[in-house]
Every structure is written in structure tokens, then in C-alpha cells.
Design a protein around this ligand. Structure first.
Ligand SMILES: [Fe+2]
Length: 291
């Protein structure tokens, strides 16, 4: 196994892995150590990478089967993103000659969320590689959902114990008001425990997010909204958050079971492009518990 270093990115969440070149295949011991760092730190960063889609795919596939995008095909012709295959999302504001985005989630700030919680089997990991980065903004904030869960006041823990949250999303939405509701006839939704166990670590995480959790099942609407608002505010506390300032060549991998992420605003007239793959998870969502 090649020597490399694991260095925490903050007290909240995340670690940088230094000394691994992802353009090359890695031996199983190295991959096992990387995987353990991902479970321990929830977000791992590799800087100064120069990797093709095939390199990114090889790295990702070690962790499981790649997630498939579920999207309506454009009727006229495929976008640049679609041409790269069913697993790839280009997170970009770049537009074609007709002004249509060539990828997904083009512009501006995006609220805290995890990726695909509105499915029965949310993708466990997301692997994002930076191709083009604007001169300011477009940072990704990560919040540690284990710490958020563990530090809740006792009366809040008691209120959410055993409760189920409704996770929903209208594709392309980046911000939302508390009262907004997605059209569930048109977009996917699923119910998951608010305290969720990560089966790989046995630890319990807070599984809600401002962008995608609409209600707590079984509570009166005002009580549900008030409790969710408390949880969203708690999740945003700086003690739990690391803000990543992207550089071209960064590859970040995060665990959607125990972290949420948000994007800060950035200039619409500068190009930003990141290539995303996700990893499926068929272990099934399990309820967790807290002391
Ligand atoms: Fe995301």
C-alpha cells in the first residue's frame, strides 16, 4: 500500500486525503483505508486531481453500483450531460447556443439537502469533481448530521424519536419557503425515519433538510413546521459545518446518510462545472436512536 496522509478539514466534518493520484487504479488496501476515512469523516477531499470520467467511474465503482439519473429525455436532442451516460450529472451553469443549460442545477445558492432522499433507496455517496470554478462563491457547505442529532436538546430528541419525515423534491428547485409544497403527482417523494442509522457505522444521524423535508408524519401541520424549523436552524450551526472553497481538480466524496450540503451564491456570468456520480444503497433505511 502506498503511503498517504489523512488530514481533518475542520472540527465539524471532513478530511483531506493527501498523496493519492486517482488517475491511477488503487490497490485494495488503499481503497479500504480511503473507505474507512469516508465513514469516519463523512466527507473526503482529494486535491489537484486530473481525472477523466473513466477514472472517476473506476474510483466510484469500488463503493458500489452507480446511481442512475431519472429524468425526462429532452425531445429534440440529448444535452451534453445526457451524452455522458445515465450516471453522470454535470452540475453547471454553462449554456448551449440556444441558452439552454447543458447540465443540471445551474444557478445560484442552493439550500441544505442530501442527494435523493425522496427515493426508497437514497444514494449513499456522491462523488463530485471540479472542472471549472468561478472567481468567487459556489462554495459547498457540509453539515455533520451525527453531531446535529447528538447535540439536540433532550425535549427535541423525545419529540422526534420514532418519527417519520416526508422527503420530496421538484427537480431543479434550489431554494424554498417553509410553506412551499412540491407537487407529489409530478415529482418523487418517500417517507424515512428522521433519526436514521448509518448501517456501516451504527451511528444515528438527523435525516432532514430544509430543501427536501416537507413534514413530520402524524403531527399537526403547525407543530410539524415548528419542529422542522428548529431542526433546520440547528443543522446550520457553524459548529457542525465545514465550507469547502473549490479549486479546479478537487474531488469530494460525501456520505448522504449522515451529512447535508448547501451551495453558496456565485456569479451567473462566470462558468462553473462539476461532474457528479452517485453510489446506490440497497441496505434499506433503518431507524436510529439517541440517548
Ligand atoms: Fe446535492
Amino acid at each position: 500500500m502506498k503511503e498517504f496522509t489523512i488530514k481533518p478539514l475542520s472540527n465539524a466534518i471532513g478530511a483531506e486525503i493527501i498523496g493519492v493520484d486517482l488517475s491511477l487504479p488503487q490497490d485494495p488496501d488503499t481503497m479500504r483505508t480511503i473507505s474507512q476515512a469516508w465513514l469516519d469523516y463523512q466527507v473526503i477531499l482529494f486535491r489537484d486531481q486530473n481525472i477523466s470520467l473513466e477514472d472517476q467511474r473506476r474510483f466510484a465503482e469500488w463503493f458500489g453500483e452507480l446511481g442512475n439519473r431519472r429524468r425526462g429525455a429532452r425531445k429534440d436532442r440529448p444535452t451534453e450531460e445526457e451524452e455522458q451516460g445515465p450516471n453522470v450529472m454535470l452540475v453547471t451553469n454553462v449554456r448551449d447556443k440556444e441558452g439552454k443549460p447543458i447540465g443540471s442545477l445551474p444557478d445560484g445558492e442552493m439550500m441544505f439537502h442530501s442527494d435523493t432522499p425522496y427515493f426508497e433507496h437514497p444514494d449513499k455517496a456522491t462523488i463530485l469533481y471540479a472542472l471549472e470554478i468561478p472567481s468567487w462563491g459556489g462554495h459547498t457547505k457540509f453539515s455533520n448530521s451525527y453531531k446535529a442529532a447528538e447535540t439536540l436538546p433532550k425535549e427535541i430528541k423525545d419529540k422526534i424519536r420514532g418519527k417519520i419525515g416526508l422527503q420530496a423534491y421538484a427537480y431543479g428547485t434550489v431554494t424554498k419557503q417553509a410553506a412551499d409544497r412540491y407537487d407529489k403527482g409530478e415529482f418523487p417523494f418517500w417517507e424515512h425515519p428522521i433519526l436514521r442509522k448509518n448501517p456501516d457505522t451504527g451511528r444515528t444521524a438527523l435525516f432532514v433538510s430544509e430543501l427536501m423535508t416537507e413534514e413530520i408524519i402524524g403531527l399537526p401541520a403547525d407543530e410539524s413546521a415548528e419542529l422542522l424549523d428548529f431542526l433546520f436552524q440547528h443543522q446550520r450551526k457553524p459548529d457542525f459545518v465545514y465550507e469547502h472553497v473549490w479549486r479546479v481538480g478537487d474531488l469530494l466524496m460525501w456520505d448522504n446518510r449522515c451529512s447535508v450540503h448547501a451551495r453558496t451564491d456565485f456569479p451567473s456570468d462566470e462558468r462553473r462545472m462539476l461532474r457528479r456520480l452517485t453510489i446506490q444503497d440497497f441496505t434499506g433505511v433503518q431507524a436510529g436512536d439517541l440517548k
